[in-house]
Every structure is written in structure tokens, then in C-alpha cells.
Design a protein around this ligand. Structure first.
Ligand code: C2E
Ligand code: MG
Ligand code: MG
Ligand code: MG
Length: 291
């Protein structure tokens, strides 16, 4: 199992020696097998995007959709990103996967815009490894050109920990991205270590409040205070603020009362395949027409 052992020690760091039990080798082999399969997932058409609506808290309208990738594995079934995105990151497979996600999401958004949802925005998650890739800018520019989606309708979501990693360099990357005309949003806000001094130097548009703060907002005064502070911070910096993980009416009511702009969560809608999103969009628009 020389290759497996090498694989594991690379993963553990260069100077890390490990003794392996058969069980550990089984695990490593399993991981290698999954990696090999993930490598072909794009070309085998096994990846799918689900979309979760982002709702304006004041009008109730769907203003955006977040694209969330799933792996439709022939044996395992629908595998959630939590089970393969970090493997994709570590192996570099996130680069072709991320390119596929961006392409597919932009093409889909353009198609929905052409159906009449002309202002619909699409949010795409970018992992740290994609964010620091030299060809990032080129690849986003090309994708927008190929799909015909206007840059302002594409929102790039970056996690707080990836933007706060190498700040001076990231400010430059963010400026480059911003110069394309896309929107930038900081995902999982509140879970990383944000320096507020740097936050104001980032050319970002949106803060997404992490769902761990939203969960207990109606029963925990500390969480309610954190959420209301993030909303004030965002608005003082002239940023849009969106709450993720909204599951109940009372969470929604509190967020609205605190002036939060948008929400996303199971209470309104879980992530759905494109055909079901299309039905939802059509129903929503007919509701608006009737009202
Ligand atoms: P995220 O970007 O923070 O996405 C939100 C996650 O919260 C999604 O999980 C979504 O299904 C889930 N969620 C939404 N509303 C609720 C709610 O009301 N309650 C609860 N409990 N959960 C809710 P999902 O789809 O499993 O994705 C997990 C993470 O995987 C994402 O977190 C994102 O970091 C990553 N991810 C997903 N798709 C991509 C992708 O295409 N590229 C990259 N780089 N990362 C992705
Ligand atoms: Mg996200
Ligand atoms: Mg998030
Ligand atoms: Mg999150």
C-alpha cells in the first residue's frame, strides 16, 4: 500500500510519520476510491445544482438564488457538499468542479431571466482554493461572456475565513473581481475572525449572517444581540445583509424587525432542483399578478 501511505502522509503534512492499522488503510483506500470517482463526476454528468431562494424581507419577493452543488453518485445517491467539498479542495478537484458550477449556474440564471425574471440574481460559492487561483478572474469573465449573464446578476460568495486569510493580497483580488461588475458577499459571517478595520477596506456588497446565530435568535438574548449588531454594522458600512438558516416565522419576524434586508432558509424554501425552482418562480409571479 505504498501509494496509500504516501497519500496519507501528504495529507498529514510533510514531516508526519504514522503507523497504520489495517482499518486505517481501509479508510485511506476508501478515500482514494472516492477521490477517483469524484475526479470523473463532472465528465460523467453526476454533479447537479440545487437552488435556494433568497427572499426580500420587506416585499417577500424572491430576489436571488444560491446555487448549491450535489453529487448524484450511482451507488451512494445524492451526496451533500459537506461530504465532498473539502476532499475536492484538498485534491484540487474543486477547480474543475467550481468551473462547472459557475458555468451551470450562470447559464441557468440567464435562462430564467429570459423567461421574464429579468432581475434575478444568482449566488455561487467560491472555495478558498478557487479564490487564490491565478486564473480566477479570466474564468469568471469567460463564463459571463459565454453565458451572456450580466456581471451584476452574479454574486460571488466567499467565506469570512478565506477573505481574512491573506488580507492585503485578498483586497487586490476582491478589487479585480469587483472591476468585472460582479457582486461580492461574505458567507458564514460571524464564524471567522473578522478584523473590522479590514472589513471596511473590502469592496464587498453583502454580509451573510451565519445560521448558527440565527438558530436561537428568538430564545437567546446574546444571539439576538449579535445578529442586531451585524445588521447595524452592515448598514453602517452601506452593505446589504442577509440571514441564512431561517427556519421559523418567529426568526423571520425578529430579523425583519431588526431591519435585516433578506433571508434564506427552510422556512421559505429548501434548496430545490431547477425544475421545481421554475415552478416556484412561476407561481410566485402569478401570485403577485393576482394580488
Ligand atoms: P453555505 O454556502 O453556507 O450554504 C448554506 C447551507 O445551509 C446549504 O447546505 C443549505 O442547504 C443549508 N441551509 C439552507 N437553509 C437552511 C436552514 O434553514 N436550516 C439548515 N439547517 N440549513 C440550511 P449545503 O447545500 O449542504 O451546502 C453546505 C456548504 O457546502 C455550503 O455552505 C458551502 O460552503 C458549500 N458548498 C455548496 N455548494 C458549493 C459549491 O458549488 N462550491 C463550493 N466551493 N462550496 C459549495
Ligand atoms: Mg453560501
Ligand atoms: Mg452560508
Ligand atoms: Mg453557513
Amino acid at each position: 500500500h505504498a501509494d496509500v501511505a504516501m497519500y496519507r502522509s501528504k495529507e498529514l503534512g510533510r514531516n508526519n510519520f504514522q503507523f497504520y492499522t489495517p482499518a486505517m488503510n481501509d479508510q485511506a483506500l476508501e478515500r482514494l476510491r472516492i477521490e477517483g470517482e469524484l475526479r470523473h463526476a463532472v465528465e460523467l454528468n453526476e454533479l447537479v445544482l440545487h437552488y435556494q431562494p433568497q427572499v426580500d424581507l420587506h416585499t417577500g419577493a424572491i430576489v436571488g438564488l444560491e446555487a448549491l452543488v450535489r453529487w448524484n453518485h450511482p451507488i451512494l445517491g445524492m451526496v451533500q457538499p459537506g461530504s465532498f467539498i473539502s476532499l475536492a479542495e484538498e485534491t484540487g478537484l474543486i477547480i474543475p468542479i467550481g468551473a462547472w458550477v459557475l458555468q451551470t449556474a450562470c447559464r441557468q440564471a440567464k435562462a430564467w431571466q429570459e423567461m421574464g425574471f429579468t432581475q434575478l440574481r444568482i449566488a455561487v460559492n467560491l472555495s478558498a482554493r478557487q479564490f487564490t487561483q491565478a486564473s480566477l478572474l479570466e474564468s469568471i469573465k469567460d463564463t459571463l461572456q459565454e453565458t451572456g449573464l450580466e456581471a451584476r446578476f452574479l454574486e460571488i460568495e466567499l467565506t469570512e475565513s478565506s477573505v481574512m486569510a491573506d488580507i492585503e493580497r485578498n483586497i487586490l483580488t476582491l478589487r479585480d473581481l469587483k472591476s468585472l461588475g460582479v457582486q461580492l458577499s461574505v458567507d458564514d459571517f460571524g464564524t471567522g475572525h473578522s478584523s473590522l478595520a479590514y472589513l471596511k477596506r473590502f469592496p464587498i456588497d453583502t454580509l451573510k449572517i451565519d445560521r448558527s446565530f440565527v438558530r436561537d435568535i428568538a430564545i437567546n438574548q446574546d444571539d439576538a444581540s449579535i445578529v442586531s449588531s451585524i445588521i447595524s454594522l452592515a448598514h453602517n458600512l452601506k452593505l446589504n445583509v442577509i440571514a441564512e438558516g431561517v427556519e421559523t416565522a418567529s426568526q423571520m419576524d425578529l430579523l425583519r424587525a431588526q431591519g435585516c434586508d433578506e433571508m434564506q432558509g427552510y422556512y421559505f424554501c429548501k434548496p430545490l432542483p431547477s425544475d421545481q425552482i421554475e415552478t416556484l418562480l412561476l407561481n410566485e409571479s402569478s401570485t403577485v399578478l393576482v394580488a
